[in-house]
Design a protein around this ligand. Structure first.
Ligand code: AN7
Length: 347
């Protein structure tokens, strides 16, 4: 069952909304086995969003936005993307038989995300410039032509994405003390906060979490307090200099008593490897940013050891093998039999 069927009563859908479903959502909330213990945190969980049908959390919002676009009669869908939004939109457009056009910053998106958009049959334009320039072009074009804008400025995207907060509460039985996630265009932090508030208002939880957002040092406009013209980070998913949902992010931070801070690329890659090596969870670099921030906050004594903490792993590590492979030993090249193999392995 997908998120529309599961959370229908909380979503802007009705009898005339077409059925769209790729069985997105219902992702596991995996308890930490090793990192939590090492940090002295008794209740640390990972929301493993890489297990969505296209490998990222974007499917939750896309399914609702596509259903609503179809209901409104749209036949052409368009988005700007650092990769995951384009993969997701292209998949749902393919399934529903409508055109998908994606605009990505040229040379800036992870190869496997690009391969997804192409395989699902989207028309892909690699536009010179940053994600921010791509989004500007898409906003402009969709305001002039009968083409549906599918970025998270589209409120139906936020509606769908809030279901991740519902799932966290459904599994834990209440909201956590802290929810950590990466912040790029800032749709997701906006959506989680909306979800936690709505569930709380509906009596499904007794409290609200503190929202903790992680940006990358070279792409941290919200931390800096101004847009960044040339955002730079290894985490290409959050290489964004002027987030569309800026205010949603700062409201989530301030209303929840949380924080948004930046981590370095070195911290991001170290966290990514540690997560894979010690938990068996492979997430893309952007998804490791909040874990890197958690390490710092625990060291600074800013997170109580007995708190319930959820780190959202927004996208699968398989999305961006190039980023990961730079940081591990290459395979051992060998021509030999079991004996030479055993020798090389020092068994
Ligand atoms: C894995 O795909 O912006 O703060 O165009 O792919 O809601 O933007 C992706 C963002 C975090 C940041 N983690 O979420 C896009 C795009 C992953 C992501 C984010 C993205 P937002």
């Amino acid at each position: 069952m997908g998120v529309i069927a599961r959370y229908r009563e909380f979503l802007p859908v009705g009898p005339s909304t077409p059925e769209v479903d790729l069985h997105e959502g219902s992702t596991p909330l995996v308890p930490s086995r090793n990192i939590g213990r090492a940090l002295g945190l008794s209740r640390l969980f990972f929301k493993y969003e890489g297990l969505n049908p296209t490998g990222s959390f974007k499917d939750r919002g896309m399914v609702v936005a596509v259903a609503k676009a179809l209901e409104a009669g749209s036949r052409v869908l368009m988005c700007a993307s650092t990769g995951n939004t384009s993969a997701s939109m292209a998949a749902y457009a393919a399934r529903m038989g409508v055109r998908a056009i994606v605009v990505v910053p040229s040379g800036e998106i992870a190869m496997n995300k690009l391969s997804q958009a192409l395989m699902y049959g989207a028309k892909v334009v690699a536009l010179k410039g940053t994600f921010d320039t791509a989004l500007e072009a898409v906003r402009d074009l969709t305001s002039r032509y009968p083409v549906a804008l599918m970025n998270s400025i589209n409120p139906d995207r936020i509606q769908g994405q809030k279901t991740a907060a519902f799932e966290v509460v459904d599994v834990l039985g209440d909201a956590p003390d802290y929810l950590l996630l990466p912040v790029g265009n800032a749709g997701n932090i906006t959506a989680y906060w909306k979800g936690f508030r709505e569930y709380h208002a509906a009596g499904r939880s007794t409290r609200l979490p503190r929202m903790v957002g992680a940006q990358a040092d070279g792409a941290a406009p919200i931390v800096a307090g101004h847009p960044i013209a040339n955002p730079r980070t290894v985490a290409s998913a959050i290489r964004i200099g002027n987030p569309a949902s800026w205010e949603g992010a700062t409201s989530a931070r301030d209303e929840s008593g949380g924080l948004i801070a930046a981590v370095t690329d070195t911290e991001i890659l170290a966290a990514q490897i540690r997560l894979a090596n010690t938990e068996g969870l492979f997430a893309e670099p952007a998804s490791a940013a909040p874990l890197a921030l958690l390490f710092r906050l625990v060291m600074e004594g800013k997170i109580e050891k007995d708190s319930t903490t959820v780190v959202v792993l927004t996208g699968s590590g398989l999305k961006d093998p190039d980023a990961a492979l730079k940081n591990v030993e290459p395979p051992i090249e060998l021509d030999g039999d079991a004996r030479t193999l055993a020798k090389v392995l020092k068994l």
